[in-house]
Design a protein around this ligand. Structure first.
Ligand SMILES: [Zn+2]
Length: 282
């Protein structure tokens, strides 16, 4: 919740790793209405495990490490309803919502072939649905950022099957947003990436593996079924890092036509600012 993408929209710190400062800014300064995600460890001080126990078997290094006191208690004082599970999220009412559904990441990364894990306690489409129940109660409108982090993280691990699983979660979250936008045609929906990861290519199965950084081929990268076809495909990677490959952006709703073309990613910020606040602001 307090990692780079959401932080860029609602906090200012000199260092992205100042995650407790970022959390504090969300609730005290930016006053974000709906905060749903993972990373509970940055909201509780060391020694207070919070809801998800410190040092769990799946990742013994995870433990509360907050530097700004008990920010969950602080959020409650500021009027947030705090939820920890899928059931609590479903039942929550109120206009300000804080949900933290894991100690740190929403996934576990393991060495190649040893089985990364991606089984979120609350799915991204369910978080999106809840956010779109709560936010429109504000008559002034709303701005919602939904990030699927495991697409990038599983690409860093060169894990094709979990990257696809994460991509399907994003796909379902986008479907939720599009359903909302169809009922509320004054909604702009953007779907985009901040960068490519992995130098991913799609290949015929059985070819030579070129996975980067000396990694060997594993069952993680296919073969995968091709929809509405009897054929299959495999994935191959050239790096475990980000690349400078162009990424696609799709848009629907008012202002969508402003995003046509090829441009630097920071232009998206400029257009969004104009659409939100009008041209005079810059
Ligand atoms: Zn990354």
């Amino acid at each position: 919740m307090t990692d780079a993408t959401p932080a860029a929209f609602a906090a200012h710190t000199a260092n992205r790793s100042a995650q407790s400062d970022i959390a504090k800014q969300y609730i005290e300064q930016s006053q974000v209405d709906v905060v749903l995600g993972v990373g509970e460890d940055y909201w509780y001080p060391a020694g207070n495990p919070g809801y998800y126990p410190d040092h769990p078997a799946e990742d013994p290094e995870e433990a509360s490490k907050g530097t700004q006191g008990n920010l969950v208690e602080r959020a409650k004082q500021l009027g947030y309803t705090y939820v920890r599970t899928a059931d609590e999220l479903k039942q929550a009412s109120g206009r300000k919502l804080l949900g933290l559904f894991a100690n740190e990441e929403i996934f576990q990364q393991r060495p190649e072939g040893e089985g990364d894990v991606y089984n979120p306690v609350v799915s991204l489409p369910d978080m999106t649905k809840k956010a779109l129940d709560v936010l429109p109660q504000n008559k002034k409108g709303f701005f919602l950022v939904v990030e699927e982090e495991a697409i990038d993280e599983m690409s860093h691990e060169n894990n094709g099957s979990l990257m696809i699983k994460a991509g399907q979660q994003l796909d379902q979250a986008v479907a939720v947003a599009k359903q909302y936008a169809k009922r509320h045609p004054d909604t702009l929906v953007l779907v985009l990436a901040d960068h490519e990861c992995g130098g991913l290519t799609i290949e015929t199965p059985g070819g030579t593996d070129e996975s980067g950084d000396g990694k060997t081929i594993s069952g993680e990268d296919g073969p995968f079924a091709i929809a509405r076809s009897s054929q299959t495909f495999a994935l191959d990677w050239t790096t475990t890092s980000h690349t400078a490959a162009d990424v696609p952006l799709t848009a629907m709703g008012p202002g969508a036509e402003r995003f046509v073309g090829v441009y630097e990613n920071k232009r998206i910020h400029d257009i969004l600012e104009e659409l939100l606040f009008g041209k005079g602001r810059r």
